[in-house]
Design a protein around this ligand. Sequence first.
Ligand code: ATP
Length: 261
Amino acid sequence: MVIGEIVLCLRDLKKNYGTKEVLKGIDLTVHRGQIIGYIGPNGVGKSTTIKILLGLEGDFSGKVEIFGEEVTDKNIGYKRKIGYVPEIAELYDNLTAREYLTFVGELYGMDFQAADEKAHRLMKVFGLEEVYHSRIASYSKGMRQKVLIISSLLHNPDLLFLDEPLSGLDANSVMVFKEILAVLAAQGKTIFYSSHIMDVVEKISNRIILINDGKIVADGSFNELKAQNKEGTLEQIFNQLTGFNEYKALAEEFVAIVQEV
Ligand SMILES: Nc1ncnc2c1ncn2[C@@H]1O[C@H](COP(=O)(O)OP(=O)(O)OP(=O)(O)O)[C@@H](O)[C@H]1O
């Protein structure tokens, strides 16, 4: 495989919240066209890493570069080339999808007409044409998620950050979205994908990064990780590398407590 240009580079990234050390030195170089599956246990710092990369979280140490530019308050030019689906999003409930998406499009420098036309067509592909003029407050969870996905891609970004993007999507929509990611990556877009749905990460990522206790503990394609760890599925590799082998005991303990009267 021809290695493309460097899109994203982290050097010795450290981040504390108070006395809690969350990231303890992350080194990572991501090349154009890679689909990175960024995984790790709850609370390990995945969303924190993404927020630092987006310039939404300051007060870290180490070097963080996107498209060769350091991520600082002064340097916002690179942000136009980025799309983001946050794990938890505040969508403006009182706006219609049209109002919301044209607003986002304009923030990214698109003109209203272009954003409106593109948003409308993308909503149609997702089966949401009829609700384009309805308030987001009336949308189901999956419909909201589709609006978020559209808003992250409206300006045709080169680098896409996805934090648990399948949340609420039905099985058919998941298939469409996985295919969209594959097509985007084939066109040279770079995707940074954080999720707990291991079978999807296993299938869509061409490089998987596992963080545990503030550090990268595995980095490679699924086949490479499988060869190194002699485990069959990404879920099993995840369990092994994060030292987790007590799921049955924990489940039994939980149910025993539930059953106490
Ligand atoms: N604003 C904040 N103030 C204090 N602590 C925070 C803040 N944001 C995150 N943390 C802590 O930092 C750690 C990492 O959080 P983060 O949301 O990055 O984890 P995550 O890997 O994305 O977890 P999950 O898989 O549960 O989404 C957690 O211990 C969390 O409590």
